[in-house]
Every structure is written in structure tokens, then in C-alpha cells.
Design a protein around this ligand. Sequence first.
Ligand SMILES: [Zn+2]
Length: 321
Amino acid sequence: MLGISPQFSGITFSGSPLDRLGNHRRDAAWLAARRQDASTRYLLLHELKPLVKLTEAGAALVWFPAQFVTAGAQDTNALADAPCVLLGQVDGATYFALDADGLEGIAGLADETHKFIDVRSIAPQLAPGEAAVLAQARSMIDWHKRHGFCAQCGSRSAMEDAGYSRRCGNEACKAQHFPRTDPVVIMLAVHDGNLLLGRQPQFMPGMYSALAGFMEPGESIEEAVRRELHEEAGVRVGDVRYIASQPWPFPSSLMIGCIAEVTDPTIAVDRHELEDARWFSREQAEKMLAASTGLNAPLRLPPPIGLAHHIVKHYLQGNPR
Ligand SMILES: [Zn+2]
């Protein structure tokens, strides 16, 4: 249902067509009206999985009309009270995500052609706009599920602002909490035309990727890139160039893709973090990129769902921004 936005860049989970409507989130009357409008659509997440319609033509998210949610169809009459997050609006229709866990009748919505499928598995098969909206829905619903209590005083908190904050219920505290996004740097280190790639023990056999790590408080993107590459692979880095970013809703990361110019290419692998890291020639990397969607190549890069795929491709195409 949700198509490709003009900004679509080919990076999975980016390119949402929705206007997020940040200025309407506190307007209770507007929200109540939109929630019941005939053009409104709801995405139901069951154990953080969306209901997907599978046809020969492909996969698409199942969007339920407002009537289904508010009229109590199919024993799901608790749906109207389920935790609900505003996703946004496009072409005059408003979209919401509902946490349908624990509601009677939800599992029964699945049948031969409609299945609840985990986001990582289904995302590459969805229209890009739908994958992006699904990322937003999954991260938001997951945050509410894990943040029912105030981090300041431990009292129960409640959803506010159409899902974009929680307020502590303790009158003496009333602290407001906001959904988190955790920045991760993912960087392709290069030196003399060669590419530094590594693998973690849990990777599929033969897969090598750009190195990555969570940013730390009080750190710039460039500093995080230099620190991670030195900690994990021992190399020293000079210039760092930002290339592209990707929302990664497991649960709420933002991948920040960079290319890093290495000044000292001597490798010392941190075996706690990596199984291996080594330099690959441009020719090797081109073959690994071409093999990225298969499972049988002895050496390959991650498939296009991962940002590493796009950063390596960008570098190989010799198109630095
Ligand atoms: Zn509190």
C-alpha cells in the first residue's frame, strides 16, 4: 500500500513516504478523529511481527481499517484500547501501529496466505516505503513494551504525545521519557585501494563485512570510527567521510556509514570482538559484492539489507561524496 518516496535511496528501512506529523501529536481531538476516520489504516504487531499478505506477486503488509479496530471485529474488541503509536500521514490517510500482544483472536488472523513474520526476514520482500514504516513501528512498539516504568523513580509510566513520549505516573516525579535511538558507526577502512573487512564468529560462513560498533557518550562520529577501528583491528585512521545512514529497528539503532582513510595499515585483531579481519584487494571485494546475495561463495559481503553492502558498493563505484 505504501509506495516509494522520492527520497528512496535503495537502503532498506529508509525512504518512508510518511509525514510524521510531529505538530499534531498533542492534539487529542485531532487524534481521536483520525483514529476513527474511514481512510485511516492500522498495522498490528504481534510479538513485534507484522501480519503480511503473501501472494505470487510478492509480500505486502496488512493494513486494517479503523472500523476493524474500533468496531470489535473478530473478538479483537480490546484493539481499540491497545497501545497505539501514530506513524504519520500520506495522501490524506493516517497510519497507526498497534501493539496487539495478548489480545484474544490475534493469532487467528493468520492463515494460509496471511502470516505474522519477523521484520528482518520480511523487509527485503516489502516495497521500500513499507519496510521504512515497519522499522518505525517496530522500534516504537518495542520501546513502549520495555519502558513501562519510570527510569527515575520506578513508578508506572503512561504513553503521551501519540506514542512519542512516556510520563511517570508518580505526582511527585512526573518525569518525561523519550524513545531512544542508539547510534552505531559502521565503517569501511581503506588503504592504497584495499578494503579492510572482518567477520564475527556468528556470521554465516564466508561472510566478511565492514567493522561496526556502538558510539559512546561524549564522542563524535569521527572519533567513534577511529576508536572502533583501532580497538578491533589495530589500524590507525586519518580522514573519515560520512556516506549514508540506515535505521536498524533491532531494537532501535541508527547505522552511520562512513569511509575511513587508514594511515597505518598494520592489523592487530581483537579476538574478543572479531574472528578475523584482513585487507582485501579491490578485485576481491568486487567478487564478494557480486556474491553477496548467494550462500555458496567461499567469500562474500552482506546482502543489500545491510548498510555495509551499500558502503562497499559506493566505494567500488568510485563515487565519493
Ligand atoms: Zn518517576
